[in-house]
Structure formats: structure tokens, C-alpha cells
Write a protein that binds this ligand. Structure first.
Ligand code: SIN
Length: 516
């Protein structure tokens, strides 16, 4: 028996599969109902532009990965056109008052809420995300525009006490200029507004290259930006295929008119973009990969830990950078945690097309993503892990939510990010052991732990080498909080009062000759 058939035979999933064939609504109906938001051309300088070619957007949840749209396949020329337009527009936008910039962002956020259902359906059909989560993403996405609409007026400089009587020291904050965004498919709307809200609030202008899998959400945002009164050239979108992505990315990361790059995606791609940015010394923000530990200590409320694990692991079918990836459970609660988590998985998870109302787990974005998860499961089983739930594939890019016990740190799933619905659980004895495993990763984005011991809570929150910590909480993302990692998880922060700083530089003005 081959490894794969062996695994399929051992598949223990009780996960229900719903609606792979029938859905409450289909793409054609959505495209008709949401026609003004389903845009397929590039958006440059306030105009919708064709490119020489186009590329297919597919529904990853459909059995045959049905094509739902063809979108303009921009190349370096269109990217350059967009950068030039953004550069021209910057001259005017930076001088629009902060109050007016804020009002435009607020209107954009309102329009998103107004068109929430349509925007969510677009997200579901191009990314596979269950509708309930897509609705959540639209609100999350709008919350960044709303948050930064308020932050625009709080970009204060400083007047600093001077060491000399005849001088004044002023620190002015100024927008850096044109910002390029390269954004991912897993949050096709929110990862754009988290950047755009901050950039536009600061007075910067923007060119977005959305992920090739999910350009429709980006183009819908462009349509609403126009309706909200974002002036031409301030927000531009240049979609492109996987084949053209390197050449478009090169323009966005090397053109001398671009002052800032903000990227969300893998650490490997981030390193390539950082090298490109170096030649013209651009300001960069990198939100890169994670490998989050989820630690359950002896004193934890196990039911709460299970609730947190479900929320953190299975959000977007495990496809978020902050999803828990390595579960470390202390000996005395190990068996209880496994039993309760397995029961919660059976009870709460339903695999299916994202458009089906009961679905909680959609497909992974493509076959390669599913191959990676299945490969990690096979590796763990071959090294002695125990399969408690799932373990196999259900259709090309659907993977059964999988629970593995007796995992050890040498297994592949403990050494690389999964980006899928796999829960590998390691047993540990001491806090020191758990921290050593948790901090052994080269990345450090999010980390979670459950404990009722206040001293331990302080110790572990400080000791975890990550940029974000959930203490007795499995979901931490919010516009008000900062989002960013340490080590190879990236540079810079998004969201919070700090997000806008990524689009500003501080100019020191020394005013002399003031004696007398
Ligand atoms: C991400 O996966 O990159 C973003 C997740 C979040 O904002 O919560």
C-alpha cells in the first residue's frame, strides 16, 4: 500500500461534508445582483483600464474549480502607469486636510458596510472562505478604514525643549509618498484596507497588486473608494496573473517614485522583496509568516482552552498567519484537552462550499496548499504521531480537519507553518520546556497560552518571542491593536495608533536666531 492509500484507509474523520454539489446561491446570481461591484479591469488614475491579456479567477470550492471571472492581466507597463498616477496624485492628496482625508475614509467604510453582503459573497467565491467568515472579514476590513479615519487627525508632531535659548526644535510628521502594496489571498479585503487606511490617513497614495487568486475583492474596494470620493490616482489596483506577478512586483518594488512597500505574505517572498527594496532604499513593512505556539498549562480552564483552540486554529480553515500551528499541552491536562478538542471538532466543523450556510470549513486555496498539509500529516504519522481525527483529503483542495497526538518537535509540522486545518499536539512537563519549544522557531508572529496562574501569565507573556500574545484568548486581531511580528515574521506594525507611522517620516526643523 502506498503512503497515501494507507492514510486514506486510516482516515478517521467524522467531519460532515455539506453542499459540495448544491449551494444556496451561485456565482451567476451574485454577479448579476452585485454587478456594480464585480469589476474586472484595472483601476488606474480613477479609470477602469483593459490590459493586453486577461486571466481566470476560479471558485476554489467548486468541484471543477469553475472559472467565475476573467480579469485584466496587467504587466509592467500598467504597473508603471499606476505608479506615475499615484505620484502625480500625491502632490495634491498630501495637502488635503487631515479632517477631509478622514471624512473620505469614513465614507468608504460606510459604503463597505452598506454593501457587506455583496462584498462577502465575492470573498467567498474567490477565496473559498465560508460566508459567515466573509461577512466578518468585511466588517474587519471596514474597521481599518474607520479606525484610520480618526487617526488621520492625530498625526501630531512635537515641539521639543531646546538646549539653546535662541533655537526651537520642531519634529514634523510628513507622508512618505507613493506606497506599493502586495497583498495576499487569505484576507483579500482586510489586508488591503489595513494598509490603505493608514496610508491614506497619513497623506500617501497607493498602488495595490492583489493576489492573483483574489483580485475581485480588491477591485470592488476600488469601486467603493471612487464612490466615497477618493480622488483619481490616490488608490490604484493593478491585478495580474501568477506569471506576470514577478514583473509587476519588480516595478512596484524598484521604481524610484515608490517610497514605501508594504507586503503581507510568506517569509520567503518577503526576503526577495526586501532585497529589491534595498537598491532604492525604500521604507518597508513586512507582515510575514508565523508558526504560532498554543500552550495549555496545568492550571488552565480546559474548556476555555478548547474554545480558543477551535477559534484560533480553524479560522479560514487554518489559513491565517496568526493561526495556532503548534499545540503544547502540559501532562496533567493532556488527555482531557485531546478528548474535548476532538469532540468539539466533531460537533462544530462542517466542510463544504463557503456559500452553503452550514459550512464552517471551506477548501484550501489550491491543490498545492492541500498537498502541503497532507505531506505534514504523513510525515508525522511515519515518525510515530497518533491520528485522532481526519488525516486525509476530501476532493482536490479540501482537507479534513485533523488532530494528531504524541507529536514531537522534530516532525515537519513542528518545523514549518502549515496554513491548513491540522492540530498537532505535543505533551510537555515544565514551563521551561514549553517555552524552549515555542521559541525555537525562526519566526515570531503570534502566540497563545492558557493559564490561571497570574505570575506565570506575566512570565510567559514576556518570554514568548512573538509580536502578539493571546492570554486565555484565541482571537486577537482588531484595528485598535497592533499587528506585526518579530524575528523572520517581519518588520513594522499595522493597525493601532502605530500603523500610520509606517507611512510617515519625521522631519527635524531647527529654527535658529530667535534670541531676544
Ligand atoms: C493574516 O493572516 O495575514 C491576517 C490575519 C488577521 O489579520 O487576523
Amino acid at each position: 500500500m502506498t503512503m497515501t492509500t494507507n492514510m486514506t484507509a486510516r482516515m478517521l474523520s467524522t467531519t460532515r461534508v455539506v453542499g459540495l454539489a448544491c449551494r444556496r446561491f451561485g456565482w451567476d446570481a451574485i454577479a448579476a445582483a452585485a454587478a456594480p461591484l464585480v469589476r474586472t479591469r484595472a483601476y488606474v488614475d480613477g479609470r477602469w483600464l483593459d490590459a493586453q491579456d486577461d486571466f481566470a479567477v476560479v471558485d476554489p470550492g467548486a468541484a471543477a474549480r469553475t472559472e467565475i471571472a476573467r480579469v485584466a492581466d496587467c504587466g509592467p507597463e500598467e504597473a508603471k502607469q499606476a505608479v506615475d498616477a499615484a505620484h502625480q496624485a500625491f502632490r495634491r492628496w498630501k495637502d488635503v486636510t487631515a479632517k477631509e482625508r478622514g471624512a473620505v475614509l469614513r465614507k468608504w467604510a460606510h459604503l463597505m458596510e452598506q454593501h457587506k453582503e455583496d462584498l462577502a459573497r465575492i470573498i467567498t467565491f474567490e477565496s473559498g472562505k465560508p460566508m459567515k467568515e466573509s461577512l466578518g472579514e468585511v466588517s474587519y476590513s471596514a474597521s481599518f478604514l474607520d479606525w484610520f479615519s480618526e487617526e488621520a487627525r492625530r498625526v501630531y508632531g512635537d515641539v521639543v525643549p531646546s538646549p539653546s535659548k535662541d533655537r526651537k526644535i520642531l519634529l514634523l510628521k510628513q507622508p512618505v509618498g507613493v506606497a506599493s502594496f502586495i497583498t495576499p489571498w487569505n484576507f483579500p479585503s482586510a489586508m488591503i484596507t489595513r494598509k490603505a487606511g493608514a496610508a491614506l490617513a497619513a497623506g500617501c497614495t497607493v498602488v495595490v497588486k492583489p493576489a492573483e487568486d483574489t483580485p475581485l475583492s480588491a477591485l470592488a474596494l476600488a469601486e467603493l473608494s471612487c464612490q466615497a470620493g477618493v480622488p483619481p490616482g490616490v488608490f490604484n489596483v493593478v491585478p495580474c496573473s501568477r506569471e506576470r506577478a514577478p514583473s509587476v512586483g519588480r516595478v512596484l518594488c524598484t521604481d524610484p517614485l515608490v517610497a514605501k512597500i508594504s507586503f503581507t505574505g510568506s517569509t520567503a517572498t518577503g526576503k526577495v522583496l526586501l532585497k529589491m527594496a534595498a537598491d532604492t532604499v525604500k521604507k518597508v513593512s513586512m507582515e510575514l509568516g508565523g508558526h504560532a505556539p498554543f500552550i495549555v498549562f496545568d492550571s488552565a480552564d480546559v474548556d476555555e482552552a478548547v474554545r480558543g483552540a477551535m477559534a484560533s486554529k480553524f479560522r479560514n480553515s487554518g489559513q491565517t498567519c496568526v493561526c495556532s500551528n503548534r499545540f503544547l499541552v502540559q501532562s496533567s491536562v493532556y488527555d482531557a484537552f485531546l478528548a474535548k478538542l476532538g469532540a468539539a471538532m466533531d460537533r462544530e466543523l462542517k466542510l463544504g462550499h463557503g456559500g452553503e450556510p452550514d459550512t464552517t470549513q471551506g477548501p484550501l486555496i489550491n491543490d498545492r496548499a492541500a498537498d502541503k498539509v497532507v505531506g505534514q500529516v504523513e510525515d508525522a504519522l511515519s515518525r510515530g504521531a497518533r491520528l485522532l481525527r481526519g488525516g486525509g483529503r476530501l476532493g482536490s483542495s479540501f482537507v479534513a480537519p485533523t488532530l494528531l497526538a504524541d507529536v514531537s518537535p522534530d516532525m515537519l509540522c513542528m518545523r514549518e507553518e502549515t496554513f491548513g486545518p491540522l492540530v498537532p499536539v505535543v505533551r510537555f512537563a515544565t514551563e521551561g520546556e514549553a517555552l524552549a519549544i515555542a521559541n525555537s522557531s525562526r519566526t515570531g508572529l503570534a502566540g497563545y497560552f492558557y493559564s490561571a496562574d497570574m505570575s506565570q501569565i506575566w512570565r510567559v507573556a514576556e518570554a514568548l518571542e512573538v509580536g502578539m500574545v493571546g492570554v486565555n484568548e484565541g482571537l486577537l486581531s482588531a484595528a485598535e491593536g497592533s499587528f506585526g511580528g518579530v524575528k523572520e515574521s517581519g518588520l513594522g506594525l499595522e493597525g493601532s495608533k502605530y500603523g500610520v507611522d509606517e507611512y510617515l517620516h519625521v522631519k527635524y526643523v531647527c529654527m535658529g536666531g530667535l534670541a531676544g
